[in-house]
Design a protein around this ligand. Sequence first.
Ligand code: FES
Length: 120
Amino acid sequence: MNQPYGLVRARPEPEFEIRVDGIPVPVIPGQTIGAALHGAGIRSWRTTRIGGRPRGLFCGIGVCFDCLVTVNGSPSLRACLTEARPGDRVSTRAAGEPGGGARDTTGGDGQGGEGTVSGR
Ligand code: FES
């Protein structure tokens, strides 16, 4: 096995999917949303208000707030600290933008849904 799991003889639970702006992203149980995005090759999902510079994981420990996402209608969650759960609907749009933040009633992906708050 060339996977890191093989090195430590781990047997993770089966992968599941979350949807990020409507796109399925695979998740290994226990991964944060940020780790799942990184694992899927997605390195940036926000831009700065001034200059439009790309942002994604920077510190990876909850300090910089560069990784904010909306999860199941809950805005401004740090992707690097938020564990992904099966069926999560993640929006990379900021609160106040269509499909982002507390005003999100579509689940963030424009495909309908309850936009429920998961209690995070
Ligand atoms: S990457 Fe810095 S807070 Fe998430």
